[in-house]
Design a protein around this ligand. Structure first.
Ligand SMILES: Nc1ncnc2c1ncn2[C@@H]1O[C@H](COP(=O)(O)OP(=O)(O)OP(=O)(O)O)[C@@H](O)[C@H]1O
Length: 261
């Protein structure tokens, strides 16, 4: 069974002022297997965030189904962990307090929480920062804390909406490498939204290319690059450039056509 299934998803927004219907998602179908990293790419405004928000349970869909391990999604739940672009950290809690918050809500004992937190903080490279507050961390560290906070709860699927979009290019590259290493060690199931073609190809097992709005799936591309992936080596693999060129061509003027059928 797939971890996440999105079947015949449609979404129409209604403009509250004019009453006009805005078709955002035409028909989107794809699935994500256990331990798979799947990115969604597409022209600006095609509905990438809308798909993610529907999967997260933040907004309703007009038609179709979203299933996590076969269970229909109706609203947010602990089976789906969301990593936001803005980190969404608690500024008044320490690093440790941020990481253990979800476990505390689930009634996990203090001793177990601290073991789990130490493990995750080590994984994301934040050991030794347990007593710091978010404002004492760099943007990259805050993003790794955001990731740790979700990972520690072991959600069935992790949803990441352009998590590195507001981070400078150099830190971003480092975070992409860190995320790959974390993914390769833990193998969470990841649904990742991005604008960045290189990022999508580097991180993913598959890339889902959406057409312009109202979006449909234009193409699903298997990224058959070996793991572990190291940025400098992976980008020199001729297949990396083949994938990115192919996607750039499909995105062309920013609007890939949907595949017939
Ligand atoms: N609450 C809303 N009410 C009306 N229209 C909306 C609403 N939210 C999104 N839209 C419209 O739906 C379409 C899809 O938006 P969405 O943010 O999902 O696209 P996106 O692909 O994530 O965009 P970007 O690449 O720019 O981040 C856009 O045309 C947007 O203007």
């Amino acid at each position: 069974m797939n971890t996440l299934e999105i079947n015949g998803l449609r979404k129409e927004y209604v403009d509250h002022y004019t009453g006009e219907t805005i078709p955002a998602i035409g028909e989107v179908t794809f699935s994500i297997g256990e331990g798979e990293f799947v990115s969604v790419l597409g022209p600006s405004g095609c509905g990438k965030t809308t798909v993610l928000n529907i999967v997260a349970g933040f907004i309703d869909h007009t038609a179709g189904d979203v299933l996590v391990h076969g269970r229909s999604v109706h609203g947010p739940g602990p089976d789906r962990g969301v990593v936001f672009q803005s980190h969404a950290l608690f500024p008044w809690k320490t690093v440790l307090g941020n990481v253990t918050f979800g476990l505390r809500m689930k009634g996990v004992s203090r001793a177990q929480r601290e073991v789990a937190a130490a493990d995750i903080l080590e994984l994301v490279g934040l050991s030794g920062f347990e007593r710091k507050y978010p404002h004492e961390l760099s943007g990259g560290m805050q993003q790794r804390l955001g990731l740790a906070r979700v990972l520690v709860n072991e959600p069935e699927v992790m949803l990441m909406d352009e998590p590195f979009a507001s981070i400078d290019a150099q830190t971003r590259r480092k975070l992409q490498q860190d995320l790959t290493e974390i993914f390769e060690k833990r193998r969470p199931t990841v649904f990742f939204v991005t604008h960045d073609i290189d990022e999508a190809v580097f991180l993913s097992d598959r890339v889902v290319l959406l057409s312009h709005r109202p979006s449909t799936v234009a193409e699903i591309i298997d990224i058959e690059l070996p793991r572990p992936r190291i940025w400098r080596e992976t980008v020199e693999d001729p297949r990396f450039r083949e994938y990115t060129h192919h996607i750039e061509e499909r995105l062309g003027g920013g609007e890939p056509d949907a595949q017939a059928g």
